[in-house]
Design a protein. Structure first.
Lengths: 116, 138
């Protein structure tokens, strides 16, 4: 029973995304399969070279790089959203899978939750 | 209402009372769940949703008191409700134990709620046949 956690908001503007990431890590810690989908403005999570020190926040880039260690199944990103926000394959960190994040794809998961 | 399949629900509330409609919508849903003969395993407050468990919310007397209404509902149906500890501590919602641990000046957790970790939510997603999320929606 795999859970898909959808992040559709840019980082740093609210805690919702970070708290959704904590949910993903928590599922993985209890051996429950979880994957993350970045879509819409959520693709900004995947930009390299984030420097949130100046606003006294922790880098989500660093948080995300721990995902494989925590046992997150897949990091997925919606290709149309990447195009919309000007991210190319070269801009993406390693281990990210480009997919068409449509309703059919999301519907294949038994549990789906969006970052509040 | 005919009811051939009994469901057990976990409800996750991430929107705060008065800032969002989430706690009220969740309560209306929860009442409908019970009325239809289903069960609620657990209510989990996450993110801004933890404010629902505050004992210090005092709306005008002619307005809905959401923390009170939720507390009464939880007690009446004997439903456990948990506020996520990480969310709660960030937002100033503490029980006596956390008050002592962090040497804070007060505690403010309503008795119908307890403070615990995300493990409780993970358990809910496994145990319940359905887990529903009530967000602020903005």
């Amino acid at each position: 029973m795999e859970t898909l956690i959808v992040i559709d908001q840019a980082p740093y503007g609210s805690f919702a995304g970070r708290e959704a990431l904590d949910m993903a890590f928590s599922l993985a810690a209890f051996d429950q399969p979880a994957s993350l989908l970045f879509t819409g403005a959520g693709v900004h999570w995947l930009r390299k070279g984030q420097a949130p020190d100046s606003i006294h926040q922790k880098s989500v880039e660093k948080n995300l790089s721990a995902a494989p260690i925590f046992g997150i199944e897949q990091l997925l990103v919606d290709s149309a959203s990447c195009e919309r926000f000007g991210l190319t394959v070269d801009d993406l960190p390693d281990g990210i899978t480009l997919i068409d994040g449509n309703a059919d794809m999301i519907g294949r998961y038994q549990n789906v939750l969006f970052a509040g | 209402m005919s009811n051939t399949t009994e469901h057990s629900f976990s409800l996750v509330i991430t929107g705060a009372p008065y800032s969002s409609q989430a706690p009220q919508t969740a309560l209306a849903f929860a009442e409908a769940v019970i009325a239809a003969g289903h069960r609620i395993d657990r209510v989990f407050l996450y993110g801004d949703g933890v404010h629902l468990a505050s004992a210090l919310i005092a709306p005008p007397s002619d307005e809905m008191n959401l923390p009170k209404l939720w507390s009464e509902f939880l007690a009446e149906h004997n439903i456990p409700a948990v506020a996520c500890i990480a969310s709660a501590l960030r937002r100033g919602l503490v029980n006596e134990q956390e008050q002592k641990r962090y040497e804070l000046s007060a505690s403010n957790l309503l008795p119908a709620f307890e403070i615990a970790g995300l493990g409780e939510w993970v358990e809910s997603t496994i145990k319940s046949t359905k887990t529903l999320y009530f967000h602020a929606g903005d």
